[in-house]
Ligand binder design. Structure first.
Ligand code: HEM
Length: 491
């Protein structure tokens, strides 16, 4: 027995050694520096054993190698490259999109809720994205703004009536608001029940980092064949409730025959049009399940990252009273100009608030790094690194936002920076290129509406607890911990 055990351990050690050597040689041959701390599991090893978020582990690597165009990392069998150089990041995201059109998130057949735009690839992704894009045009957002505005007003009332929320758990309070807002805007779910909505628990649970979800996430990145072989599903526990809820919304809406300008309307229209078809004849049936999967991700994105974005602004404003004063002044001026209304046009006119939000998203981008999968052999422009089809790409985001070569004095909160997310190559809070966040405009509108309403009613202060701001252990998101907001009612 002991001999067998020793033999197994020896075989594993030999395998680990050989796999590490293979990974190292693979990237050295391609002219890329290799991350040697763990040659088999790369940064995922530290992620699994420490309490740090993955983006911070990447950031440490970035700081140690500021001038490398990209760094090879060990991830068992799949070649993986951490892209650090801004021009290379831009190539992966935008200019060489045809080579990197997939996100590289793995999912298994039958994982119904994972069958959404974020995870999809190829023709399936393109067709689905084309059909969902109309939901987020400026005209559609203007039409649905009344729902966002109502949620923001309800939120302020909720805050006024619950003084116990003025000094703690601000992030949770904000996610509750975001859940209500996205629930209303996307599904027309009434706001009475949203403050204790079961959807909130689901969206929190879906991406909540637990030991099991961290292992599943690491396995899907490190060893896709095993992830596939085990048929692991990411969201199966939420299927029954979520798909059931969406079916109910859709059937009810079909009967009501009223237009509310939300996601449910678009779904009904798509289902009425029948099979979706692209120019090559590729087809996709818009089943309730497929549409529920899109809604599931909209819900998840509409809650946690959007709450993080609003929280980030409040943290900064609570630390910078002079900037807060200027924002509040703008809100009041525009409010008065628009006959005491915070309409869509009023919110769109708030340029300084927009700058404050953009700068907060630079310092705290809710998604810390991005991923892509190479779908055809190509070469990165800086360093001429050959990238083979199948390679997983991890691209810097937080790192570029905090690099003084691109953003002078990067730790300083300065809303007057010229950050236009369309132009800058080193500013990517919503990603870039063909797979840029589809909900960016919606998310910014929701955030600004909430901020305008809240700041009219409350003054704020940032409270950093002992030890200062930290980030929670998380797979891709930034979760600010150890910091809170104090809301002080205005007279
Ligand atoms: C402040 C809030 C949000 C932030 C910071 C954010 C950020 C991001 C980022 C960084 C990506 C990846 C982009 C890339 O890979 O280039 C993404 C993708 C996506 N986001 Fe958002 N997002 C937010 C809110 C939303 C909302 C509210 C929705 C929908 C209602 C949404 C829907 C999506 C979808 C569908 C994708 C996948 C796009 C694709 O792969 O084609 N996001 N988001």
């Amino acid at each position: 027995m002991i001999v067998l055990l020793l033999l197994s351990i020896s075989l594993i050690l030999i395998y680990v050694y050989l796999n590490g050597k293979y990974n190292e040689n693979y990237w050295k041959e391609r002219g890329a520096k290799f991350y040697e701390v763990n040659k088999v599991l790369g940064p995922f090893w530290e992620f699994l054993i420490s309490d740090r978020p993955l983006f911070q582990i990447f950031h440490d690597i970035y700081k140690k190698h500021p001038n490398e165009p990209a760094i090879g990392i060990g991830t068992f069998f799949t070649p993986s490259l951490y892209v650090t150089d801004a021009k290379n990041v831009h190539a992966v995201m935008q200019t060489d999109f045809v080579s990197f059109s997939e996100r590289g998130f793995e999912m298994n057949e039958g994982d119904l809720l994972a069958d959404n735009i974020l995870f999809m690839g190829g023709k399936r992704w393109k067709l689905m994205r084309q059909n969902m894009t109309p939901l987020f045009t400026a005209a559609k957002l203007k039409n649905m703004y009344y729902i966002i505005d109502k949620s923001a007003l309800d939120f302020v009332e909720h805050l006024k009536n619950n003084p116990e929320k003025w000094r703690r758990n601000t992030f949770d309070t904000l996610s509750t608001f975001c859940c209500a807002a996205i629930g209303g805007a996307v599904f027309g779910i009434g706001s009475e029940s949203t403050y204790d909505s079961p959807f909130l628990e689901i969206t929190r649970a879906a991406f909540r980092p637990t030991l099991w979800s961290n292992i599943r996430f690491s396995l899907s990145n490190l060893c896709t064949p095993l992830f596939k072989l085990l048929g692991l599903k990411l969201f199966s526990e939420h299927e029954e409730f979520f798909i059931g809820a969406i079916k109910q919304v859709l059937r009810k809406r079909e009967q009501e025959k009223v237009k509310r300008h939300d996601f449910a309307d678009i779904c009904i229209q798509i289902q009425k049009n029948g099979v979706m078809r692209d120019e090559t004849g590729f087809e996709l049936v818009p089943s309730d399940e497929l549409l529920a999967a899109q809604a599931f991700f909209f819900f998840t994105a509409g809650v946690e990252p959007t709450a993080t974005a609003i929280f980030a602004v409040l943290i900064q404003l609570g630390k910078h009273p002079e900037i807060l004063k200027q924002v509040v002044q703008e809100i009041e001026d525009v409010y008065n100009k628009h006959n005491a209304q915070l309409s869509y046009d009023a919110i769109s006119e708030m340029e300084y608030l927009d700058k404050v939000l953009n700068e907060s998203l630079r310092i705290f981008p809710p998604i810390g790094f991005l991923t892509r999968k190479c779908v055809r052999d190509t070469v990165l422009p800086v360093g001429n690194i050959k990238v083979a089809k199948g390679t997983k790409m991890y691209t810097a985001v937080y790192e570029l936002h905090h690099d003084s070569r691109y953003h002078e004095n990067p730790e300083m909160f300065d809303p007057e920076r010229n950050l236009t997310d369309q132009k800058s190559e080193t500013y990517l809070p919503f990603g870039k290129g063909g797979r840029i966040c589809i909900g960016a405009r919606y998310a910014k509108l929701q955030a600004k509406a909430a901020l305008a309403h809240v700041l009219r009613s409350f003054d704020i202060k940032t409270v950093e607890h002992k030890g200062g701001l930290r980030f929670g252990k998380d797979q891709v998101q930034l979760r600010m911990k150890n910091v809170d907001i104090e809301f002080i009612p205005r007279n």
